[in-house]
Design a protein around this ligand. Sequence first.
Ligand SMILES: NC(=O)C1=CN([C@@H]2O[C@H](COP(=O)(O)OP(=O)(O)OC[C@H]3O[C@@H](n4cnc5c(N)ncnc54)[C@H](OP(=O)(O)O)[C@@H]3O)[C@@H](O)[C@H]2O)C=CC1
Ligand SMILES: O=C(O)C1=N[C@H](C(=O)O)C[C@H](O)C1
Length: 248
Amino acid sequence: MKTVIVGYGSMGHEIEAVLLGRGHEVICRVDPAGNGDARELSTEILKEAEGVIEFALPGGILDNIRVYSEASVPVVIGTTGWDKLRPQAAEIVRQYGSALLWGNNFSLGANLFFDLVSRAAALINGIEEYDIMVNEYHHKRKKDSPSGTALTIAEKILQNLDRKKSIQTETLNRAIRDDELHVGSVRGGAIPGIHQVTLDSEADSIEIIHTARNRKGFALGAVRGVEWLSGKTGFFSVDDFIRDILPS
Ligand SMILES: NC(=O)C1=CN([C@@H]2O[C@H](COP(=O)(O)OP(=O)(O)OC[C@H]3O[C@@H](n4cnc5c(N)ncnc54)[C@H](OP(=O)(O)O)[C@@H]3O)[C@@H](O)[C@H]2O)C=CC1
Ligand SMILES: O=C(O)C1=N[C@H](C(=O)O)C[C@H](O)C1
């Protein structure tokens, strides 16, 4: 497949290695910092492309999505920090009849972890003794907070645990309310990503932790995602993709 990489930072480089390893061709790398072949995305760049993988920053993401859609090139978006713009993005993709797959975490392990967390939250729905909280750790270069993965985890907990109604991410200068889910974020060092969910009672504590050892798992998931997306139309989440590839 002739691919274009948008965002040629840590993830862009990792994705290039996986694409080449799986027999794909990289025809252009787009990055405003000047590390790639082009500083700006355009329909011209996408003329020959059969797939795009974007792991960049969220500024201008709706403009990018319009360009991918206009060019009718299937795109996988791993960029985080644009959760609130999802409905507008879905509308653009619908208007053009194009194909987009987005995910806050493309690693298989993190997606298995989401399932475990959903089940854990559902299990304590009828057990009032347990409270639940989320914490995440990432490298010091990360620009968004909380991580996209933490927001997905929070969404799964809110969907499965009736007594949690909203999330709290900022420093609290008051006690947390029982209907609030606290999501903590720590930044430092070179950590590729640790997400921790704690179920806590007077008697004990249960921890579910996903630790990314490197960025390969994210990159492999994204490349498998663009292979899966080829020939489809629609606005898909990584849930749709993972459900489809896992044996039932
Ligand atoms: N979904 C997933 O599985 C994962 C998602 N991510 C997400 O991927 C994104 C990138 O992560 P990472 O590679 O570590 O970050 P980096 O900072 O290493 O790289 C991002 C690159 O994208 C460039 N960029 C910024 N805006 C645009 C744009 N509009 N178009 C093209 N390129 C752009 C940046 O340029 P400049 O420096 O000039 O701003 C930078 O070179 C983040 O949002 C991160 O949260 C990361 C890992 C896994
Ligand atoms: O920026 C990162 O590095 C990561 N970002 C994603 C996120 O925001 O959840 C996925 C992974 O945790 C690494």
